[in-house]
Structure formats: C-alpha cells, structure tokens
Design a protein around this ligand. Structure first.
Ligand SMILES: [Ca+2]
Length: 529
C-alpha cells in the first residue's frame, strides 16, 4: 500500500496547451485523431479549468528505480495521447486533475474505458496503471481528486487553516472525484475518436477497491464492470481497527519482537495447513483454524542472537490481535487479520499502520501530533466510535443496497487475499453477507456481485505463498461482454523452488477441495465445494 511516488519517464512531447476548448473534435482532420485538446463537457457541479494534451511515443516505458510492485518497465506500448483535464467544484475552491490516456491509433483501441484507482491516500496513480491499460487496448483514466499525488502524507490538504477537516477535499477523495472521472474519461474518449466508449470498467485495489465499491453504490450507471480488489471498504472502522494492537500491547504490558510475531504466524500455519487436505504452507480457509497462540507459551525464539521465551501475556495479546478489537464491555467492534497473514504490519509495538495513524490524527482527532501509540482500551473505543459516527457515510463505502447497480446490469468482481496483512479479509466478507441479507440470499447476489477469497494471497500484489490471479480483469470482461459469470478465478504462483502451483479459486462461499488424487500443485485436481 505504501508506494514510492513514481514518475513516468516516458518521452513526452507537449503538443498543445490551451485553456479554451477547441471548436471541433480532434478527429476532424481526415478521421485520424490528433493528440490535441478536446472540448470537454463539465460534469455536473463542476467547471472545466483547463484541457491539455501530450503525445507519447510508446515503446518501452520505464519507471524510476527501485521498482515498486507492478512498477517494472512495460514494453511494446503503442503511441498514446495523454489528455489532462482540470475541473473545479462550485464553491469548493479545488483543482481536480483527471488524466486520460488514449491509444493514438484507433486500431489500438478496443472501444473499452478503464478508470483506475489509487492506494492509501492516493486517489489515483498517473503513471503505471494508465500505461498498462493503454497497452491492453483501453482508454485509461486516473484522478488526483484535487489532493495531489502523495499516498502517505495528507498534511497538505486534510485540514483547513482553522483546523477543521477539509470537507470538500475529503469528499473528493472518498467519492466525488470518481464520478467526475467516469464522466470526463468517457467524454474525452468519444470526442477523441469520434465514437462512444462501448464498455466502461473500474479497476483498483485497496483504496482503489474501496473506490470501486463506492461507485457501485453511488453511481451504478458509471461502469458496466467493476474489479475491486482487497477493498479498503469500511474505511472508518478498519482504519481505526488497524491500531488495536497498540492498545492491546499497552494494556497487556507486552512488546512482542518481530521474531515472536513470525513464530505465531508460523505456528498457525504449521497447525492449520493440512485442514484443507494439502500441506503447502497455505491455510486455504483461515476461518477453520482454531489454533490457540497460547500453545507457544514457554517455547524459545531466537531473535538477533537473543533467546526469548514466549510468555503467556504475549500469547494472550496475539490472541486478542487475531480476534480483532472489542469494546471495554466485550462487544465485537471489528475484525483482526487472518491467521497466516504476516503480523508485523498491523501488530508492531510502537509502529502503527500509517493509514490508521494518519486517519486518526488528521480526520478523527484533527490533531497531527496525536500519539496513537499511547492508546488504551478505553481511548481506542472512543476513537473507533467517533470515526464510525462521523465518517461512515463519508468514506465507509459499505452501503449494502446495490439494487440500482443490479438493475443497471452492472457486474462487481471482487477478491480479497486470505493473508492480507493490511486490510482484514473478514471486513469484505462482512459486507458481502450484508448484501446477501439485503437481497434475500446469495444466489440473487451472485447475479451481479461475486467475491473470491484467495488462499495465501497478500495485500494487492503477488508475493504470498498462494496462487495470484492471472487475469482477473479478463474474467470480468467475459462476464460483462459475453455473459460468462466466473465460477472460479484462475490463479498461479511460482515458488522459490521454481515449481508453479495453479488453482482455480472458487467463488465465495465455496472453497477448493483437493480430490485426493494427482498433483496438488495442479488446479485440475481440485473441486469447488
Ligand atoms: Ca494447505
């Protein structure tokens, strides 16, 4: 989630920079589009401030080292045109930048539009996702929501000069900029090529996944297909819940070392790996894992040459971290990470997850100096409830009423890794179950919303022990355009030993069961049950 800001190094040639919309479509000269400004129709409630165009040569497009996950160079990119539109919302005094990237040659355009999402406090990434989508034949778009391009630091926009939450910019980040991007992106594509977008898609992970759910709830006509991965929905709750471990460690007076955290995860995997019938270092369904961390009490862990004996208090603290936050009266408030997920990102004493820390400091407390490492059970509960009360409707993205999206014919394909170390997987299951209750059962929901829980998959990027989806967007396109609803999601991983494991991940609530015959590394030897 925490990503180094990456800047596109593509050779960029400014072609036209103009504030005034040109009189005619860019296609007016002989049918072939030129990379030039187009007359953009302002989305409702906005005014267009500028439209600029930059031609890009294509070829191999590189991103600065060190490469972030998914940031490796992309080759064979066709020439493309970036059209950047800046809009302002009436009364907000904001400047929202929407970047639309279009394959220059109409023969390289599939007719599809892809809006791309952000991560952490980044509303959208103007570099890698756009180039990747252009190569795949899409017109692609991203927005900065008017808050800039920093996924970590919100100090430049979160609070007003009088110390209040900047409501218009938070609304931009949470929801408003997404619809603007859908409207502008499709409008720019139509005017650039002289024909309308045939299918519109959302594609995002983490914050980008949350944005996809937000659009399904708020603007069900914007996208025919929404790919929402590891969604940071329930933001007002999960962000505060990520700080639960700090309260637990303070109250229980323990400070587990990284080696102890690893020992608890390893212990859970050792104990629960074969519940799914295959010893492969992956707990397919962590909900089945009843292993109690107190089993490690008294064992010795060697950490940087120091021998540590696991205490009962530490084991009990880990049990509380896994169970997730509760109120001082014992009421369950939210979910913890699944057993099997790396614990350090959400459970390192004194080092809180920056998304939760930033959220509490700036938005809940409006005090950038607030120290979340000093939380107690009581102050944690106060923060959790305050965040939910003030911000559920702003950034929760957890309204289970998807009736309008279903009626519009939209398809929501969502997945969440079972070893997500940042956003608790069970929060997404919680939402799906609420939608099922709203619709009176899973079958009706499966018509338009399918969830896949991926064993051994970490937050958003490959690198976990389990198979990672090979073409999730393709599965969504087949669902939208061919009516082929995905029963499974194909996934693959190549281990350090060079061996590749494939799996067809079953749609929730089904899980893949080993048939008991053949190579358990082959998807062919599993059935959904
Ligand atoms: Ca297993």
């Amino acid at each position: 989630m925490k990503r180094r800001l990456i800047i596109l190094l593509a050779v960029a040639i400014p072609v036209v920079a103009t504030l005034a919309p040109v009189a005619a479509d860019a296609t007016s000269r002989g049918g072939a589009p030129t990379c030039a400004s187009v007359p953009v129709t302002a989305p409702s409630g906005t005014r267009v401030e500028s439209v600029t165009a930059v031609a890009n040569a294509g070829g191999t497009v590189s991103f600065p080292a060190p490469p972030v996950p998914g940031g490796a160079p992309i080759d064979n990119v066709p020439a493309w045109c970036d059209i950047t539109v800046v809009v302002t919302h009436t009364g907000a005094n904001d400047h929202v930048t929407i970047k639309v990237s279009l394959p220059q040659d109409p023969r390289n355009w599939s007719g599809r539009f892809q809006a791309t999402g952000g991560s952490a406090y980044l509303a959208g990434d103007f570099t890698y996702p756009l180039v990747a989508a252009v190569k795949a034949g899409y017109v692609a778009a991203a927005t900065d929501a008017g808050i800039g391009q920093n996924p970590v630091d919100v100090s430049g926009w979160a609070l007003t000069s009088t110390g209040q939450v900047n409501g218009p910019l938070l609304e931009n980040f949470a929801s408003r900029s997404l619809h603007d991007m859908a409207v502008v992106g499709k409008d720019v594509a139509r005017k650039f090529y002289g024909r309308a977008v045939s299918y519109a898609y959302w594609n995002g992970c983490s914050t980008g996944g949350r944005q996809g759910y937000q659009e399904a709830q708020d603007h069900p006509d914007d996208f025919q297909g929404i790919l929402a991965k590891a969604p940071a929905i329930n933001w007002d709750r999960f962000a505060v819940a990520s700080l639960w471990s700090q309260a637990v460690f303070n109250e229980e007076k323990v400070a587990p070392t990284s080696c102890e955290l690893e020992a608890f995860t390893a212990g859970a995997i050792q104990a629960c790996d074969t519940l799914d019938g295959v010893r492969d270092g992956v707990i397919d369904n962590p909900a089945d894992c009843r292993w109690d961390p107190r089993a490690l009490v008294g064992t010795k862990v060697v950490c940087q040459g120091r021998e540590i004996t696991v205490s009962a208090a530490t084991a009990d603290a880990i049990r509380k971290v896994w169970a997730g936050p509760v109120s001082t009266s014992g009421e369950k408030l939210w979910y913890g990470p699944n057993k099997g997920a790396t614990l350090a990102p959400l459970a390192t004493p004194g080092t809180p997850f920056f998304v939760g820390e930033t959220w509490v400091r700036y938005f809940v407390q409006r005090d950038p100096a607030f120290d979340v490492t000093k939380l107690t059970y009581r102050t944690f509960e106060q923060l959790f409830r305050a965040s939910h009360q003030k911000f559920a409707d702003v950034i929760g993205a957890d309204d289970p009423n998807l009736a309008r999206f279903a009626r519009a014919g939209g398809k929501l394909l969502s997945w969440h890794g079972q070893t997500d170390e940042l956003v608790p997987t069970q929060g997404t299951v919680d939402y799906r179950q609420r939608v099922e209750r709203a619709f009176g059962g899973a079958r009706k929901v499966d018509d338009f919303y399918r969830l896949f829980l991926l064993p051994g998959v970490n937050h958003c990027v490959p690198g976990g022990a389990g198979p990672f989806p090979t073409d999730d967007l393709g599965a969504l396109v087949d669902w939208v355009e061919k009516g082929k609803a995905p029963a499974t999601l194909h996934a693959s991983v190549t281990g350090a030993d060079g061996k590749t494991v494939t799996r067809d991940v079953c749609r929730y609530p089904k899980v893949a069961r080993y048939t008991g015959h053949g190579d358990p590394a082959s998807a062919a030897n599993f059935r959904c049950a």
